[in-house]
Design a protein around this ligand. Structure first.
Ligand SMILES: [Zn+2]
Length: 176
């Protein structure tokens, strides 16, 4: 069960012991516009309920586990480990159990990659969808790129000729 501590000004701290990990979440802002930051620390299972204490320099959090005492200092939205000597037992209050752990927004799947504009470098051209790459006369394509038409050659002299040519541009040999 997570525990929460209300810092005021719409800022709350949530602590949860998940297995041997202590999950600390700082939530601030109004509902719908919540900002969250947090950290996960390998502390081992708690042996005592977590506590918080207000000090001159901010708020301290304390967890006690079989591995020892863990103190964190909260200043604004920053969370950092603090020396156990910083702990102020006089100010300590127990954290309140809470049902509502703020739902950390799931990591959004990567946005689909925008179709890439053809990229030209010298005589090399690349484009995506379908992936084609052209370097000079060489053309590579992946996916469903239309296959380049097979080149024709003059049967007389072997020069490359264009489809539809009636005569070879090199030797004038009549074609087709
Ligand atoms: Zn020819």
């Amino acid at each position: 069960m997570p525990y929460q501590y209300d810092l005021g000004f719409g800022q709350k701290i949530y602590l949860e012991n998940s297995g041997s990990t202590t999950v600390i979440t700082l939530a601030s802002g109004s509902p719908g516009q919540q900002q969250q930051s947090g950290t996960q620390v390998q502390t081992g299972p708690w042996t005592e309920m977590p506590q918080a204490a207000r000090t001159d320099s901010g708020v301290l959090l304390r967890c006690i586990t079989a591995q020892g005492v863990f103190i964190w200092q909260v200043q604004g939205t920053q969370l950092r480990t603090a020396d156990t000597a910083a702990w102020s037992a006089q100010q300590a209050v127990s954290l309140q159990p809470t049902e509502a752990m703020p739902s950390v927004e799931p990591i959004k799947p990567m946005a689909p990659i925008e179709p890439m504009a053809p990229m030209t470098m010298g005589n090399m051209q690349m484009s995506a969808h379908p992936m084609t790459m052209q370097m000079g006369d060489m053309r590579l394509s992946m996916g469903n790129a239309d296959t380049p038409k097979a080149k024709k050659f003059c049967t007389q002299c072997g020069s490359a000729i264009k489809a539809g040519d009636r005569f070879c541009g090199s030797c004038g040999h009549p074609l087709q």
